[in-house]
Design a protein. Structure first.
Length: 124
């Protein structure tokens, strides 16, 4: 029996797989963005997202049947919260095939010169 002690890498240290010892570039890139563990926590940067939806005129496009009946679900400080709200709204209207909800990356519209790497993999 041998006890394994796991060492979680600190920012600046290379992350390695426990068995193979190979570099894990995706983990290293993530660790480089983390503040040192002893630093005081800064609130995360606000990345505003709007969630809204409505009934479309057809499944082939994105034209709403009645703009006065658009459902503005809310504005959220990050993609994760917006996605949760979008998913809830979409599930509530699953019986109407023409009802669609969308997530708008407002932070990209407000500051197009500085895209967020946090939203790089986000699908809308």
């Amino acid at each position: 029996y041998s006890a394994h002690v796991h060492h979680w890498p600190q920012p600046g240290e290379l992350a390695r797989t426990p068995m193979l010892g190979q570099d894990m570039p995706e983990a290293n890139a993530y660790l480089e963005d983390l503040p040192p563990m002893s630093s005081p926590k800064k609130p995360p940067k606000q990345l505003l997202h709007l969630v809204f939806g409505g009934e479309l005129t057809s499944l082939a496009g994105v034209e709403f049947r009645d703009l006065k009946r658009l459902d503005v679900v809310g504005i959220y400080p990050n993609y994760a919260e917006a996605y949760a709200a979008w998913k809830g709204a979409a599930h509530r209207t699953v019986d109407n095939a023409l009802m669609r909800y969308f997530i708008v990356h407002m932070h990209r519209l407000l500051d197009p010169e500085h895209p967020s790497k946090n939203d790089a993999g986000a699908q809308t």
